[in-house]
Write a protein that binds this ligand. Sequence first.
Ligand SMILES: [Zn+2]
Length: 83
Amino acid sequence: MRIPCPYCGERDAQEFVYRGDAAPVRPAGDDGFEDYVYLRDNIAGPMREHWYHAQGCRNWLTVDRDSCSHAISGARLARGGTA
Ligand SMILES: [Zn+2]
């Protein structure tokens, strides 16, 4: 699998560290914090994920990937902005 990094171009997935689903948002208080940390959906199909380019530019990316086919439809910096 190859991931299109906005800084480095298309790179092999082995250069990246997978963090997981990008959808959960950290709650402001204690309510729901345990669910935020420990509970994840096992999505089959299109999802947004966080990947860290550890052996490249060391940026966090948000990647749109189909978890069944591994097809990547887009990638951008997780902090926003452009490369
Ligand atoms: Zn990169």
